[in-house]
Design a protein around this ligand. Structure first.
Ligand code: ZN
Length: 655
């Protein structure tokens, strides 16, 4: 395959750059039945998944010793695949939880049970994982007012559907999903043997709707200034009555924590009030359904299938459930992430590629520094602070410096449900153990085998996992221009987050302290408003547009990332040395590689979920970032009659 396969040369690059770069691929590619979207990133994910499965199988074949990481990985994986054992156990794994729920006879017992469901399953700042079906989610990270110490963060939860809009939006689309959701809850309760399942299901969904009411929107949740609310322990009783907080925190093993960061106070107050006011029978049904839904992958096939019918088909548009082995890789990779990652990088991420990626990062950081120096809108005193922050930026490439210790995690052969429970408890305990310890800026939030990258604003750090630093994003056997267009733009994107409107809120040490002047903000916001308007104008479907405000931070990062990657590409001297390739100039290679790094397609249901819930614009519109860069106009024959053409004054320049 040539580097530029899959293009559609009949499309004018200025009319539709995404289809010019990807039209051939789009025309011939079907989304696999077990996926809701498919593209170049998913292709690499598939490859990483196959590789990980092979690594696990070959580790298992060597009969690793008891207690070793390799043994735990092999046993965890095998237990998830052992559907005969799962079928044979039937409902046994849930017996304990269902009995405890039935025994809830008062508000204290209810609060105690709710506390026991708390897990370290969210992370608003780093992994942007905002959703938990438990009533609250926990996340332990450095205190945003005092970056030298850790603080427990509490995030709203309790909804099985992805977002409050699913409960409260009056549109027909959401109403349809809600009807199917009631059927899903009914089915799960009926399968478990509860009588009057339909009536119970209506009660469960009505309670979730009440929980959703005070929930904070996605956009407000992402605003750290609204989230950084310190609640000394004593606040909970007076500000959020209804819950027996003493019982809640005791069973959550958090009795000793003196202060919490309560990200959405209104949601916590609303939840606590419902704990005090709603009938216990409704709460018991709610907890039963949540316990069953959560465990569905570890229960007999009928549960797993019903779970997929709703969560897979209705919510994400997938037609077929992913093969069990791929799901086994995913859960093992989650539970024993860095142990699996260690095996992955030993085999697939040579030191030479780590060095090459680190060199690219240095070039990007240097180019970003030059952009800062020449910015017209940033005040001189702000530039000094930006430079200081750039100097302390900790860029992790491939994998963490120190690997996580899994010796306290017990994995038992043939106990799939017990293993996942213990893995969740292990992760929860690992987070609680951070409280009172010095902050570890070397901690990673992504595993090395993840095809993604992330900015950790409070830690002023970036993670670029090994699995994204691989072909087709990063490839030693092609011109540098293409690596800069794909991976360089991603690195630039993540660096820029440290210096954008979100990054401006965190100083060089990760303290939530705005280091911009009012004038800096005003200019940045004016530039941002123009970009928000640009994205508001993109309509994937007639009834829904991209939300320019919700996606603004990410769109600005895309713009900065592409501009800085282009600078770094020039500074690295790769441009002058680069050859033409298949008739494309080095600059054309750079932009085509960028557009092809977004190659992908998505099912309608999944795309609709994404537009409502995701801070990123759909890939096609991320590609259109190019229309704001002058060198793109110089590289391709773009005319003012082309759809993507912007007059020089209309091109948004933030960085
Ligand atoms: Zn981003």
């Amino acid at each position: 395959m040539t580097p530029f396969a899959g293009m559609d040369l009949s499309v004018a690059p200025g009319n539709d750059f995404f289809r010019y770069a990807n039209g051939g691929w789009l025309a011939r590619t079907e989304i696999p039945a077990d996926r809701s979207s498919f593209g170049i990133g998913e292709e690499l994910e598939e490859l990483a998944t196959r590789r990980t499965a092979d690594l696990i199988s070959s580790a298992a074949a060597k009969s690793p010793r008891q207690g070793s990481d390799a043994r735990k990985i092999a046993d965890f994986y095998a237990s998830f695949l052992d559907v005969a054992a799962i079928e044979q156990k039937g409902m046994a794994p849930l017996k304990g939880a269902l009995a405890r729920i039935s025994a809830i006879k008062d508000r204290r017992a209810l609060s105690e049970f709710l506390g026991s469901t708390l897990r370290a399953d969210v992370d608003v700042l780093n992994a942007t994982s905002l959703h938990t079906a438990n009533v609250l989610g926990l996340w332990v990270a450095q205190d945003l007012d005092d970056p030298s110490s850790y603080c427990p963060f509490l995030i709203q939860g309790g909804l099985d559907l992805p977002d409050r809009d699913y409960y409260l939006d009056a549109g027909e689309k959401m109403a349809g999903i809600r009807r199917q959701y009631v059927e899903h809850v009914t089915r799960m309760l009926a399968l478990t043997g509860f009588t009057g399942a339909a009536q119970r299901a209506n009660g469960v969904v009505a309670l979730e709707t009440k929980i959703a009411q005070p929930h904070v929107s996605r956009a407000d949740t992402e605003d750290v200034r609204k989230g950084n609310n310190h609640w000394p322990r004593a606040y909970f009783e007076c500000r959020a009555p209804g819950m027996d907080w003493k019982a809640f925190f005791k069973s959550a093993h958090l009795s000793k924590a003196p202060t919490f960061t309560v990200w959405q106070p209104g949601a916590v107050q609303g939840l606590a009030a419902l704990v005090g006011s709603e009938p216990l029978e409704v709460w018991r049904d709610y907890l039963r359904f949540h316990a069953i839904d959560r465990a569905a992958s570890y229960l007999p096939h009928a549960f797993d299938a019903a779970q997929f019918e709703f969560h897979g088909k209705v919510l994400s548009g997938a037609q077929e459930q992913r093969p069990r082995w791929k799901r086994a890789v995913a859960v093992t990779s989650d539970a024993l992430g860095e142990a699996v990652g260690r095996m992955y990088v030993e085999k697939y991420f040579p030191a030479s590629e780590k060095a090459r990626a680190e060199q690219m990062v240095r070039n990007l950081v240097a180019a970003f520094g030059e952009r800062i120096d020449t910015l017209e809108w940033m005040a001189p005193e702000t530039k000094v602070k930006a430079r200081a922050k750039l100097a302390t930026l900790k860029v992790g490439v491939g994998y963490p410096d120190r690997w996580r210790d899994y010796s306290a995690l017990i994995v038992k052969p043939g106990d799939a449900f017990g293993n996942i429970e213990r893995a969740e408890q292990f992760e929860y305990a690992r987070n609680l153990a951070k409280l009172g310890q010095p902050v570890d800026r070397g901690e990673w939030v992504m595993t090395p085998q993840t095809v993604d990258a992330v900015n950790l604003p409070a830690m002023n750090a970036l993670n670029f996992p090994a699995a994204i630093l691989q072909p087709p994003f990063f490839d030693p056997n092609r011109p540098r221009s293409m690596d800069y267009g794909a991976t360089g733009a991603v690195i630039g994107h993540e660096i820029s987050h440290s210096f954008d409107d979100q990054g401006a809120l965190f100083d060089a040490h990760g303290r939530l302290a705005n280091w911009w002047t009012d004038a800096d903000f005003a200019h940045f916001q004016a530039a941002g408003a123009a970009l928000a308007k640009q994205y508001d104008g993109y309509h994937p479907f007639p009834d829904i547009a991209v939300n320019g405000r919700q996606t603004l931070s990410e769109n600005i990062a895309d713009l900065a990332g592409l501009a800085v990657a282009y600078d770094a590409f020039r500074l690295s001297n790769s441009q002058s040395q680069a050859p033409e390739l298949a008739g494309f100039s080095p600059d054309q290679q750079f932009f085509l590689s960028f557009a092809q790094s977004w190659r992908g397609k998505m099912r309608e249901a999944a795309l609709r979920v994404r537009i409502v819930t995701d801070g990123h614009a759909p890939p096609e519109y991320r590609t259109d970032t190019v229309r704001n860069l002058d060198p793109w106009y110089a590289a391709f024959p773009i005319t003012e009659h082309d759809a993507l053409y912007l007059a020089p004054a209309a091109r948004v320049r933030v960085w």
